[in-house]
Design a protein around this ligand. Structure first.
Ligand SMILES: [Zn+2]
Length: 482
């Protein structure tokens, strides 16, 4: 009856359905050929990247790349520390689930599938070049790591090199770039991790005062001097003169510029090898870096945006577009999103992270909502600070033994209007703060958190050590303050 009465509507419906099916088939066919390249830049604050609004030209290559990409303007790491953050990226497991919040927590990574192990099962050639530690090697056919300028400062302030110097890092990155797409018989998943702008903020000479000529004289200090200075600033409640902050920022920006140059070379290699049209590229950071609130120059212990907000830029050559996405996303969301973009099936409820692939393809990916939660949660690297965000407001709860900003145990910020989190709204908006606190405590209770004040954080880590090599590397890393 309906067909006879409304033949045109039925015809249109059939045409539309066919088009959708054709696009789905095309998407699946294309997915089978897509490579994945992940480039992580350690300690890169989102707000020091041009495309995120920085007023200095630190990242011309990344900005150029972003012109045809999806730019996540509100991307966060759930924990502002290298290994825990990268672990979350690579496994889709939140730090609350994995109990991995510090660099010395190896944890149950070997009981979880990593993105590399999943893609390896799907026939990918998986390789990683990590200028850091060998802590996420699971699933990679090739895994190379090399400590970045791996020295420590001894008691006399001397730089003692463990392995490498700057030239070694350059050679390592050169090898990483050359390796891209070498195996022509398989799609590839390559992960390259850069460390150029990480402390001790000591880029090559021409970059040291590139972003602040006023401090050129100052930047001639040795890296040992600068590192000692930075260590002082890491003390809780240290008062840091403004010019010192600017000096450190200028050096840090020089490091970002160095990383950006390498990113440019990596992207150029994709073009030279002719695989840029077949490669999904993800540029991101594991966490940010301090420089504000005048008392903490690092990332691991605080939950301000400076430490947890990260750049996240994704280019999918099947859909060349420049799109800014405002929805709040986290590092735990990346793994399920990549699987969706590659059309690799998985049990949606097995990940707490929420796929954001629907931002790319509204209909070909059949997204069944996983566990939905309107909030996002964060923890520092010692179980002493916890935060919750509803996308507009962020509430931070600190245990008394943690480093406190102006003795504030509880903080509430309007992160849309006050990106630097300089106005604690706790007194002005006590009702909202209470609501957020209750939601936070309810979430933490699921994981038996927070621990009692006197409980050492180590006791939370009931996870086994995994293998000897990683344990040794982690001890080295710990001794170096990573
Ligand atoms: Zn890091």
């Amino acid at each position: 009856m309906f067909i006879k009465k409304y033949p045109i509507i039925v015809l249109l419906f059939l045409i539309l359905t066919s088009l959708i099916l054709m696009r789905q088939v095309q998407f699946i066919m294309d997915s089978e050929k897509m490579n994945v390249l992940m480039i992580s830049i350690d300690a890169l604050r989102a707000d020091h990247v041009g495309i995120y609004g920085y007023n200095k030209n630190t990242t011309p290559n990344i900005d150029n790349f972003a012109r045809n990409s999806y730019i996540f303007r509100n991307a966060y790491t759930m924990v502002p520390m290298t290994h825990p953050s990268l672990f979350t990226f690579m496994t889709g497991r939140t730090p609350f689930e994995s109990r991995i919040i510090s660099n010395t927590d190896i944890g149950p990574s070997y009981n979880n599938k990593t993105l590399a192990s999943i893609l390896s099962e799907y026939g990918y050639d998986t390789s990683a070049f990590v200028a850091n530690e060998a802590v996420l090697s699971q699933g990679f056919n090739t895994f190379k790591f090399q400590l970045f300028k791996s020295y420590y400062i001894d008691e006399q302030g001397r730089e003692l090199y463990i392995q490498n110097k700057e030239s070694d890092y350059e050679a390592f990155m050169h090898r990483a770039i050359q390796s891209i797409g070498q195996n022509k018989n398989k799609p590839f998943f390559t992960w390259i991790h850069l460390m150029d702008n990480h402390a001790p903020y000591y880029p090559e000479e021409e970059l040291r005062c590139k972003f602040n000529l006023k401090y050129c004289v100052e930047t001639k200090k040795s890296s040992a001097e600068l590192e000692n200075l930075r260590a002082e600033y890491q003390m809780c409640q240290a008062t840091v003169p403004k010019e010192r902050v600017e000096l450190m920022k200028a050096l840090y920006d020089g490091g970002i510029s160095s990383a950006d140059t390498i990113v440019g070379k990596i992207l150029e290699e994709l073009r030279i090898k002719g695989v840029d049209k077949k490669t999904i590229v993800i540029i991101y950071a594991d966490h940010g870096e301090g420089f504000d609130h005048n008392y903490y120059f690092s990332h691991r212990e605080v939950l301000y945006n400076s430490a947890i907000q990260i750049p996240l830029i994704i280019k999918d050559p099947r859909k060349v577009i420049s799109k800014r996405i405002d929805r709040e996303v986290q590092n735990a969301d990346v793994l399920p999103s990549i699987l969706d973009l590659l059309n690799i099936p998985y049990e949606r409820n097995s990940y707490t992270g929420r796929s954001f692939a629907s931002s790319f393809y509204p209909f070909p990916v059949s997204l069944v909502p996983g566990k939905q939660d309107k909030f996002h949660y964060f923890v520092n690297s010692s179980w002493t600070k916890f935060a919750i965000s509803n996308g507009r407001y962020k509430y931070i709860y600190s245990l008394p033994q943690s480093c406190l900003n102006n003795n504030q145990i509880e903080e509430l910020y309007d992160i849309k209007e006050d990106r630097n989190e300089s106005h604690n709204l706790l007194g002005k908006n006590a009702i909202l703060a209470k609501e957020l606190k209750q939601a936070l405590l309810k979430y933490l209770a699921r994981y038996n958190l927070p621990p009692s004040i006197n409980e050492p954080s180590k006791s939370l880590n009931s996870t086994p050590k995994s293998n000897t090599e990683d344990s040794i590397r982690l001890e080295e890393m710990k001794s170096m303050g990573y």
